[in-house]
Design a protein around this ligand. Structure first.
Ligand code: SF4
Length: 136
């Protein structure tokens, strides 16, 4: 199957959950929506409700305060949902992993299908990660 066929097999709708990120990962996600990266050419778009999403992007550190919110959002997601940890904070905890409020990493809390490390990851890395998911 060619690249185009894979891309257009399904239009993925994406919901972004910021679990207290420093904002850089969030800005890089928004960059994917700009005409430069134009994520919509792959049929993907950001949606305002987890109930409409096929993909859940999580940025930031999983803290004691955010833990119940992350679980709540995941429980409300239509299944199957693909979960992508964006940035080293959600992948491993990064520099915050020894913090007393740290309850992550994300895959300890909810099942994670893909990891896009980096601080912050570039839009190209996010697009590459999401493209790999299209093979699933
Ligand atoms: S991975 Fe880096 S850029 Fe992303 S939220 Fe953590 S500190 Fe910020």
């Amino acid at each position: 199957m060619g690249f185009k066929e894979k891309c257009f097999k399904k239009s993925l709708w994406v919901f972004h959950l910021s679990a207290g990120s420093c904002n850089n990962c969030d800005i890089e996600i928004l960059d994917c929506l700009t005409p430069r990266y134009d994520i919509e050419r792959f049929g993907m778009k950001l949606v305002g409700s987890i109930r409409h999403a096929d993909v859940l992007l999580v940025t930031g550190v999983v803290t004691k305060k955010l833990l119940p919110r992350i679980k709540e959002v995941y429980d409300q997601a239509p299944k199957p949902i693909v979960v992508v940890a964006i940035g080293v904070c959600s992948c491993t905890g990064g520099m915050f992993k020894d913090c007393y409020t740290f309850k992550g990493p994300l895959d300890k809390v909810i099942p994670v299908d893909a990891y896009v490390p980096g601080c912050p990851p570039k839009p190209e890395a996010m697009l590459a990660g999401i493209m790999k998911l299209l093979n699933k």
